[in-house]
Ligand binder design. Structure first.
Ligand code: F6R
Length: 364
């Protein structure tokens, strides 16, 4: 049940350090600092490309994973939402791995895409939370998340557990392809083991986020921007906010803003900028400054170093812990979820049962 929490969503946000640790426990040997996958019915070294297919938040977990898979395994990765995938008449080649991501394991479009790819001779891997689900049964390689039952309609803990599995899988694929050395594997595995503690730190942003919720709840439109893996995190922030607060929100690649969406900016439009310190920070900040120059209200989500450098002049800042860029999406997820949750509370919407939505979408 909900315990001390007002909603399942809040409880599930707070469970993340534990369930992510549980999930990682199934893939990581922390002493040897190695990754191990469940028994493989095909040769991972023979995988030549990866096609990711999913819906909604699971799709966005997949979009974060494209960065990990391409950088660690150096093979081409494509991603498509499941409802469109089959309409492309996808080209299947030998050595193709089709990777499906689903909390429920029952989403109709994702399941139909899985069967399509299987009929096309692809190896089928599935990242699934419900172990007894159809996708779990039909996959060649089941990569379970151990998030426990997710009751809130808006996905939170399943998302970060999906990210944890995908990060581990990317390391394993990189190793199999001879791209990740044992030393690099140990470094990356060590970073994975730091996630739960950093998530606990990130939960401390709740108070500062609560303080922003009332003004943000009055906005008609809210934009989220980020670069690299922070771009899918911007999309996830916007999706979460839309679905539980009913405020119109969009996520954009930070550099894409000036190609159109910047026309939306005025003093009434809050822009959530996701910019942890690291290789993309300065470029995202320059996009943030373009927003500020047009009167937009900037809310900067970064770590202490990033905020010290560029927090001035923003409407507000949210300080997340400083972590390695490899694991930062899992940490950023927490303030992003808390923001949607608190804005929805301020609006008084039904957080656990948002209108028009179902937990498992079993029609195409
Ligand atoms: C968003 C959300 C949905 C699901 C999507 C896929 O918070 O919950 O977007 O992520 O319907 O569902 P699964 O993962 O069960 O395939």
């Amino acid at each position: 049940e909900k315990g001390n929490h007002r909603h399942f969503m809040e409880k599930e946000i707070y469970e993340q350090p534990i369930v992510v640790a549980q999930t990682l426990g199934a893939y990581v040997d922390p002493l040897a600092e190695t990754i191990s996958l469940p028994p493989l019915p095909f040769d991972l070294a023979g995988v030549k490309r990866v096609q990711i297919v999913a819906c909604g938040t699971a799709l966005l977990a997949g979009q974060v994973a494209t960065y990990w898979l391409e950088s660690l395994a150096r093979i081409p990765v494509q991603i498509e939402n499941a409802s469109e995938f089959r309409y492309r008449d996808p080209v299947y080649e030998p050595g193709g791995l089709a990777l499906f991501i689903s909390q429920s394991g029952e989403t109709a479009d994702t399941l139909a895409a899985l069967r399509h790819a299987k009929a096309g001779g692809q190896h089928i891997a599935a990242v699934v939370n419900v172990a007894s689900s159809t996708m779990a049964r039909e996959a060649d390689l089941l990569l379970p998340t151990h998030a426990g039952p997710e009751i809130g309609v808006a996905s939170t803990k399943a998302f970060t557990c999906q990210l944890a599995v995908l990060a581990a899988f990317a390391i394993a694929l990189g190793k199999a392809k001879g791209r990740v050395t044992p030393v690099e594997e140990a470094r990356l595995v060590h970073l994975l083991t730091e996630i739960p503690a950093a998530m606990n730190e990130a939960l401390k942003t709740e108070e500062s986020i609560h303080a922003l919720a009332l003004p943000l709840s009055k906005a008609r439109d809210i934009l989220y921007i980020g670069r690299g893996p922070d771009y899918p995190m911007a999309l996830e922030g916007a999706l979460k906010l839309k679905e539980i607060s009913y405020i119109h929100a969009e996520g954009y690649a930070a550099g894409e803003l000036k190609h159109g969406p910047i026309a939306l900016i005025d003093e009434n439009v809050p822009v959530i900028v996701i910019a942890p310190s690291g290789p993309r920070f300065e470029k995202t900040v320059s996009n943030m400054q373009e927003v500020m120059a047009r009167g937009g209200l900037v809310y900067l989500l970064s770590d202490a170093a990033g905020l010290a450098e560029h927090g001035a002049g923003t409407a507000a800042t949210i300080e997340m812990p400083s972590v390695d860029p490899f694991i930062s999406p899992l940490i950023t997820a927490i303030p992003v979820q808390l923001l949607a949750y608190h804005v929805a509370l301020a609006k008084g919407t039904d957080v656990d049962q948002p209108r028009n939505l179902a937990k498992s979408v079993t029609v195409e």
